[in-house]
Design a protein around this ligand. Structure first.
Ligand SMILES: Nc1ncnc2c1ncn2[C@@H]1O[C@H](COP(=O)(O)OP(=O)(O)OP(=O)(O)O)[C@@H](O)[C@H]1O
Length: 264
């Protein structure tokens, strides 16, 4: 195994990943090369890097929606060969079903898994409460704000109880204020549920506020440039206080400079 060390505490291992998009007509586009890293159980790893460096491709490889040409991804010690119930994905495009209510959308995965009705209702109610959508259970997606829809998508993934959550720019489509609220929600929910989370974002602020570590990728073909520790316990992260926190601001500048150096 190159560069990535697997231990009992390791949830995800990316080991020497090389991934190119191939088509008949064009030259292959190498999205990722020699990508190795690991994510510990319960960790929240944020991934940043210049546009087109392969962040979404990396999420697809961990999700099993695409296969690397070289290397492998291990989740819970098993090689990923396709999508699986151990991994839940939250995309920017939410994929909510417009004809189903909030409850119906959140319970979708449980229904597919044939979880009995009573148990399903119990789980759905728990996550409706967790995301603060009590009173909106019977509303349809078109009756909800962007932030509320994003919460439903999050709850739907959580309700299926994956051990790993993969989030690709989950808050990119909402306004700045809602985004901050959703970030605070995710921080709280991540601590309540203990999920292992990989979150791709364009926002260095978001990465530093949410991540236990921030992985900076190089320009395409994406490699791991560096992984930066955020040495502030998640439970101590107060959004407003951090805005005036010197060490935190220095960290933000460090990450920003690291990403900037990769821009063309
Ligand atoms: N289906 C595809 N076919 C060919 N090339 C693709 C395809 N999807 C993505 N690419 C290319 O692969 C590279 C990596 O794409 P990817 O979407 O993973 O990057 P990203 O870091 O998520 O980008 P962004 O930050 O802009 O969302 C880009 O150069 C992109 O143009």
């Amino acid at each position: 195994m190159r560069g990535a060390v697997s231990t009992a505490d390791t949830k995800i291992v990316a080991d020497g990943l090389h991934f190119a998009y191939r088509s008949q007509e064009r030259e292959p586009v190498v999205a990722l090369t020699d990508v190795s890293f690991e994510v510990r159980a319960g960790e929240l790893l944020c991934v940043v890097g210049p546009s087109g460096c392969g962040k979404s491709s990396l999420i697809s490889l961990i999700a099993g929606l695409a296969r690397p040409q070289q290397g492998r991804v291990l989740v819970n010690g098993r090689t990923v060969r396709g999508p699986g119930a151990d991994r839940g994905v939250v995309f920017q495009e939410l994929g909510l079903m417009p004809w189903r209510t909030v409850n119906g959308n959140i319970g979708q995965g449980l229904e597919i898994a044939r979880v009995p009705r009573a148990r399903r209702d119990e789980v759905v109610a728990r996550f409706v409460a967790m995301i603060g959508l009590g009173g909106f259970e019977e509303r349809y997606p078109h009756e909800l704000s962007g932030g509320m829809k994003q919460r439903v998508a999050l709850a739907r993934t959580l309700a299926a109880d994956p051990t790993v959550m993969l989030m690709d720019e989950p808050f990119a489509a909402v306004d700045a204020q809602t985004r901050v609220t959703l970030q605070k929600d995710l921080l709280r929910i991540s601590m309540q549920t203990g999920k292992t989370i990989v979150l791709v974002t364009h926002s260095v602020e978001e990465a530093a506020f949410l991540g236990d570590r921030v992985m900076v990728m190089t320009r395409r073909p994406g490699r791991v440039k560096e992984i930066i520790d955020v040495p502030i316990p998640r439970e101590e992260r107060d959004y407003d206080a951090l805005a005036h926190d010197e060490p935190f601001n220095a960290l933000r500048v460090e990450i920003t400079n690291s990403v900037r150096a990769e821009l063309w």
